[in-house]
Design a protein around this ligand. Structure first.
Ligand SMILES: NC(=O)c1ccc[n+]([C@@H]2O[C@H](COP(=O)([O-])OP(=O)(O)OC[C@H]3O[C@@H](n4cnc5c(N)ncnc54)[C@H](OP(=O)(O)O)[C@@H]3O)[C@@H](O)[C@H]2O)c1
Length: 305
């Protein structure tokens, strides 16, 4: 047995949906250095997990501060936050600064959480630009890249819960998409961690790969039908051109249009059933939409006559 010290993995975006899933899974095997702007968010977990250390970095464009906290780190998982209140380019600036810091700190593996390429929406484009930059950096440094491309969180359904009409039918009402639009679904909070852990168990197999992180690919009518089967109710998918209440996601009309026109994964358009091949290989226990519905309470909005 090797007596070498276990390799440290760092996680940027550690307190979020993606990052916390990754931190919890990686702690089973590695010392983890978790980045946050607010260390108090991680204090309770750190008190239970001696292998967790906290890196307090307030500004993710500060290459020097990030590099300092990456000292001795073998692999880095990064998820930046798409803050639409910031000017266009803000997320890309963070991503580039993180790539530079990882290179300068001698990190071997960068696992950069990205989104499908070729999709005309700002967060997708900014993350794609960072991935392109990381590929350039890898040509002239020791940094090696892996690009998980996150699918549609199953929890997004909370943004737009179904409505039970007075006749008892549960309607899934969606605007700006249609019955042909396919969503690649993933239970991010439970399944991303095990997937990233499996990638890092054999990173060379995945070097430079774009990995769709998807469990199942469904249209809204299929999403509704499975809900009906689980809850033994009649369901219906209803589509409108315009969004009535866009508070949960103001940019939805732009994204919905893109989802319908180019497809949620342009490189897989027309063969979306292949989206889950790599994720399944990495983690055969991927949660299905049916399982997710059985394990989670989705409050249905009741509509009176
Ligand atoms: N929802 C989806 O279906 C979906 C699908 C694919 C990809 N994505 C992408 O996933 C990303 C969001 O990841 P997530 O779901 O893990 O996010 P989240 O749960 O909202 O967490 C975001 C994390 O980022 C950190 N952060 C840094 N700057 C921030 C800022 N200005 N505002 C808020 N948080 C900030 C926060 O950490 P600290 O406060 O600890 O610093 C926070 O823990 C977005 O870029 C989105 O495009 C989402």
């Amino acid at each position: 047995m090797s007596s070498a010290a276990p390799k440290t993995v760092a996680v940027i975006g550690a307190t979020g949906n993606q990052g916390m899933s990754v931190v919890k899974s990686l702690l089973e095997t590695y010392p983890v250095r978790a980045f946050t702007r607010s260390p108090e968010k991680l204090q309770s977990l750190a008190s239970e997990q001696p292998r967790l250390s906290i890196a307090h970095v307030a500004d993710l464009t500060d290459t020097v501060a990030i590099k300092t906290e990456l000292k001795g780190v073998w692999a880095l998982f990064v998820n930046t936050y798409s803050d639409y209140t910031q000017p266009i380019g803000a997320e890309e600036k963070q991503g580039r600064a993180i790539v530079d810091a990882a290179r300068d700190a001698g990190v071997e593996w960068l696992v950069y959480s990205s989104l499908p390429q070729g999709f005309p929406f700002r967060s997708f484009e900014e993350k794609a630009n960072v991935a392109k930059y990381a590929r350039e950096v890898a040509k002239t440094s020791g940094l090696k890249n892996i690009f998980p491309e996150l699918g549609w969180y199953m929890t997004n359904i909370y943004w737009n819960p179904p409505v039970q009409t007075a006749d008892g039918v549960v309607e899934f009402r969606w605007s700006c998409v249609d019955e042909t639009t396919v969503f690649g679904l993933i239970s991010t909070q439970t399944d991303l961690g095990p997937i990233i852990k499996a990638i890092l168990a054999n990173p060379s197999e995945w070097e430079d790969a774009d990995i769709p992180i998807v469990s199942e690919a469904y249209t809204v009518p299929q999403i509704a039908e499975i809900y009906g089967k689980v809850h033994n109710v009649k369901t219906r998918a209803v589509f409108s051109e315009h969004m009535v209440d866009n508070k949960p996601f103001p940019a939805w009309p732009i994204m919905g249009k893109a989802l319908t026109e180019v497809g949620s994964w342009p490189a897989y358009k027309g063969r979306e059933q292949e989206l889950n091949v790599m994720s399944k290989k990495l983690f055969p226990g991927l949660k299905t939409w049916e399982q997710w519905l059985k394990e989670n309470t989705l409050n249905v909005v009741k509509e009176s006559k």
